[in-house]
Design a protein around this ligand. Structure first.
Ligand code: FRU
Length: 492
């Protein structure tokens, strides 16, 4: 009989985990400074919190290979957001109320201790499902204990299907609120709220009233926070059709900005947008750190998609931590400044391109940062090529005629998810100057344009034996200035 994918790590056979680890570590596509699993599949970031100076990041994890099965919470911590230490698995779903996995959720601090909230996923033989909302304590020494009175919320409220999950809790005016992603019985996505005076006993408050009553069939991983005088909701709606530059991945993520009245649960939305325009970005979560910054991490991956690295028995990574702000009508995402710690000495490149392509670096080890500007732009198109070899390259193209920026991974030999297209794009207004910051980590690329107002997060799987050059090009003329840094290891 085939082995069940609902097996916890406690049921590993002798030597099984070591074998998995040995196989995954041989993969040169494994990143060196992005949080990733040593083996098995990771998905959403969970329980983000800074407690007692230390940053804790948990993530959804299935140990036994690159597939979605019994989800655990894996755990890493850091004092500087760039060097990460692996800790023992935080949540192993051993109880009936979480019989099919410890699903996603957030964290808060209460009385000097961390409280973790998560969804106990339950499936029944007839194919139906339910969800329980659960709590665990994060102690100062990093250990995690499940709350003895779990589940804190049993089952789902009337009017919703079994798809209710991903608690995100915050405190406002002495009341705790728990926001959940949900599916109404008419199979549309929604956000619902519970409230509590002690963060342990919860009662159903109602549904958030938005101006998006029929926007996809399920909303996952909701988040809510105040940012620069506005209220922001972030969530991952499923079932939205591609439209112009938007919604090209299997599932996508939006932020919605406006004013939220928590008493009446009314959200007056001003606008919504996609957070990230890349191929691989889902299920972000934010938290406020002790210095007051609002930081975001997301899963660099998509559900229901197979990846070229799957054969090594590991999958996915998390984005670099990004500091958020709202400027004008735009969300701005900046990689945290602590990342500078991982840089080697800078190498500088300067020049003018005139209808040509110039090699900046001939053979990188694919772990670097580029911080650059294009100036004096008098070109139809110009841009950057990463992972460039004779056969393949990732092209970032600024198109002054179409007023858009494109990321094109069509030339790669290792393709995946091509049914969702091989190019991503975003509106871009040509001006005299554009700045671009790029982080490459083996098979991960994060691109921040114009100070983080346009962001593309993607995977690419270059051929293992090919050279990886960095090129700049222009059809027309443009000046460029590049600071190039090798990046050192942040996680083993
Ligand atoms: C999003 C998600 C969440 C769920 C988790 C399960 O990727 O589907 O809604 O809690 O993954 O791993």
């Amino acid at each position: 009989m085939a082995e069940s994918k609902y097996r916890t790590i406690l049921e590993a056979k002798s030597g099984e985990l070591e074998t998995l680890k040995d196989k995954a570590i041989k993969d040169s596509w494994q990143p060196i400074y992005h949080i990733h699993p040593q083996y098995g599949l990771m998905n959403d970031p969970n329980g983000l919190i800074q407690l007692n100076g230390e940053y804790h990041v948990f993530y959804q994890w299935y140990p036994y290979g690159a597939m979605h099965g019994m989800k655990h919470w894996a755990h890493v911590k850091s004092t500087d957001l760039v060097t990460w230490e692996r800790l023992p698995v935080a949540l192993t779903p051993t109880e009936e109320y979480e019989s099919h996995g410890a699903y996603s959720g957030g964290a808060i601090e209460k009385d000097g201790q961390g409280l973790l909230f998560y969804t106990g996923n339950v499936k029944y033989e007839d194919g139906s499902r339910s969800a329980n909302q659960c709590i665990a304590m994060l102690n100062r020494d990093g250990s995690v204990e499940k709350y003895t009175h779990n589940p804190a919320v049993q089952g789902v409220p009337v009017g919703y299907t079994g798809h209710v999950r991903d608690p995100k809790v915050w405190k406002e005016n002495d009341t705790y609120y728990m926001l959940l992603g949900a599916q109404r019985e008419n199979e549309t996505g929604a956000l619902i709220v519970y409230e509590s005076s002690d963060a342990l006993q919860w009662s159903f408050k109602g549904e958030v009233k938005t101006s998006l009553p029929d926007f996809g069939y399920m909303w996952e991983c909701p988040d809510y926070f105040k940012l620069d005088g506005k209220d922001v909701f972030v969530f991952s709606p499923q079932g939205i059709k591609a439209d112009g530059h938007d919604f090209h991945n299997i599932y996508n993520v939006i932020y919605a900005v406006g004013t939220f009245d928590v008493e009446s649960l009314t959200f007056e939305m001003e606008y919504y947008r996609e957070i990230d325009k890349g191929f691989d970005f889902y299920a972000p979560q934010t938290f406020q750190d002790e210095s007051g910054r609002r930081l975001l991490l997301a899963w660099i991956g998509n559900p229901d998609v197979d990846y070229p690295s799957d054969e090594y028995g590991w999958a996915h990574a998390l984005t670099l931590p990004r500091e958020l702000s709202l400027e004008g009508n735009e969300l701005v995402q900046k990689p945290v400044e602590e990342l500078n710690k991982l840089r080697d000495q800078a190498v500088h490149f300067r020049g003018t391109l005139k209808n040509e392509e110039v090699i900046i670096d001939e053979a990188t080890n694919n772990a670097y940062e580029i911080n650059m500007t294009f100036r004096e732009i008098a070109a139809k198109q110009f841009g950057l090529e990463l992972f460039n070899s004779k056969e393949e390259e990732l092209r970032l193209v600024f198109d002054t005629e179409k007023q858009e920026v494109r990321l094109d991974r069509s030339s790669f030999h290792h393709q995946y998810a091509t049914e969702y297209g091989v190019v991503r794009s975003e509106k871009w207004t040509a001006s005299n100057e554009v700045d671009v910051r790029v982080f490459v980590d083996k098979s991960i690329v994060e691109i921040y344009i114009n100070g983080g107002t346009i962001v593309f997060t993607s995977r690419v799987f270059p051929k293992k034996d090919s050279k990886s050059a960095v090129n700049v090009f222009a059809e027309g003329s443009v000046d460029y200035r590049i600071d190039y840094y090798g990046m050192s290891r942040g996680i083993s």
